[in-house]
Design a protein around this ligand. Structure first.
Ligand code: F6P
Length: 359
């Protein structure tokens, strides 16, 4: 058996641990393993396909990033081709991709990626590719799995920042707004905000009213708490408004979010008169060593993906259904998006401990 592994979409701490575990588990079965570099680029002649073995995956489990590189511009069904007049034409290269894998003797593909990559996997499976998915994202928004690796590391990074911001905010009687990642789902803001005892958490699932946010800050002031910590997911937006973008979508590239933290900080200062600062944690949350939780989950996913290939579970993705890792049909897993549930105990506990969601 010869399998190929690819990593697609934004990176997340733990990708290397999956690559290592899947490679070793496959070798253990006597299989050969190839690594497709930069999403599917390697299979489309735009990058390389390399051999993975015990030597090439040695000592990588604790490293952030991906030794195979990745891209969020590699949709083979909508491949962007720049035209002489400056426009971009999108072409379908999926048949070429499948033929290239066949010519290389690749009998199965393990694709590690977010919901975008899982949608691609489903489409490639529909075209006959023998493919198994491994869900990843720091945002924790891949449906069908209780959690994804990368999220715990991102939360730890955000938590570390929130802890540090607390002391400086308190010393200066300031409000500090921290913008964290979270495109459609506010899990990072919610988890880091609650663990970090933030005063306000803004998430895409709960459109905020800036007056409610300011009320909370004024209430704290009256109680002698002259500083406040606000954690905002990049995808948060005001009631009746829309998310903040720094770049619009282009061919093959999603619109880039950003700016909600600064906008909220300006509004708070203008309305309350309190000195307010903002910062964007950005890609800091995507880097660094995966935490023990993420490394373990990623390693389990890698082993389970090879077991799913051995069982012929094509079109399935591995998923955490505590206490087990299972394989679920990708189409079924992606049926509904994964978002913060407003009646979840994490949200209830945040409200019960005085955290304001701006509603
Ligand atoms: O999907 C994960 C994510 O971290 C989102 O929260 C964020 O909007 C996006 O990736 C940013 O990706 P990039 O800047 O790499 O295009």
């Amino acid at each position: 058996m010869r399998i190929a592994i690819s990593t697609g979409g934004g990176d997340a701490p733990g990708l290397n641990a999956v690559i290592r575990a899947a490679t070793l588990a496959a070798i253990h079965r006597g299989w050969e393993v190839l690594g497709v570099r930069r999403g599917y680029y390697g299979l489309l002649g735009e990058d390389e396909v390399v051999t993975l073995n015990a030597d090439t995956v040695r000592g990588i489990a604790h490293l952030g990033g991906t030794i195979l590189r990745t891209t969020n511009r590699g949709n083979p069904f909508r491949w962007p081709v720049p035209q002489p007049d400056g426009s971009v034409l999108e072409i379908d290269r999926s048949d070429e991709l499948i033929e290239s894998a066949r010519q290389m003797g690749i009998e199965a593909v393990v694709t590690i990626g977010g919901d975008g990559s899982m949608h691609l996997a489903r489409k490639l499976h529909d075209k006959g590719m023998r493919i198994v998915g491994v869900p990843k994202t720091i945002d924790n928004d891949v449906p069908g799995t209780a959690s994804t690796f990368g999220h715990d590391t991102a939360v730890s990074t955000a938590l570390d920042a929130i802890d540090k911001l607390h002391t400086t905010a308190e010393s200066h009687d300031r409000v500090i707004v921290t913008e964290v990642m979270g495109r459609h789902a506010g899990f990072i803001a919610l988890h880091a905000g609650l663990a970090g005892t933030a005063d306000v958490i803004l998430i895409p699932e709960i459109p905020y009213d800036i007056e409610r946010v300011c009320d909370k800050i004024r209430e704290r002031d009256r109680a002698g708490r002259h500083f406040s910590i606000v954690v905002a997911a990049e995808g948060a937006f005001p009631r009746g408004g829309s998310p903040h973008f720094v770049e619009t979508a282009a061919a093959g590239v999603a619109a880039r979010l950003g700016g909600v933290g600064e906008a909220v900080a300006h509004a708070i200062e203008a309305r309350t008169g309190k000195e307010t600062r903002s910062l964007v944690l950005g890609h800091l949350q995507r880097g660094g060593q995966p935490t023990g939780y993420d490394r373990l989950l990623a390693t389990r996913f890698g082993g389970a993906a090879v077991a799913a290939v051995a069982a012929g579970k094509w079109g399935h993705m591995v998923a955490l259904r505590p206490p087990h890792i299972v394989a679920v049909p990708i189409a079924e897993a992606l049926a509904a998006p994964r978002r913060v549930e407003l009646d979840h105990d994490v949200v209830q506990t945040a409200r019960a401990t005085g955290i304001c969601f701006g509603d």
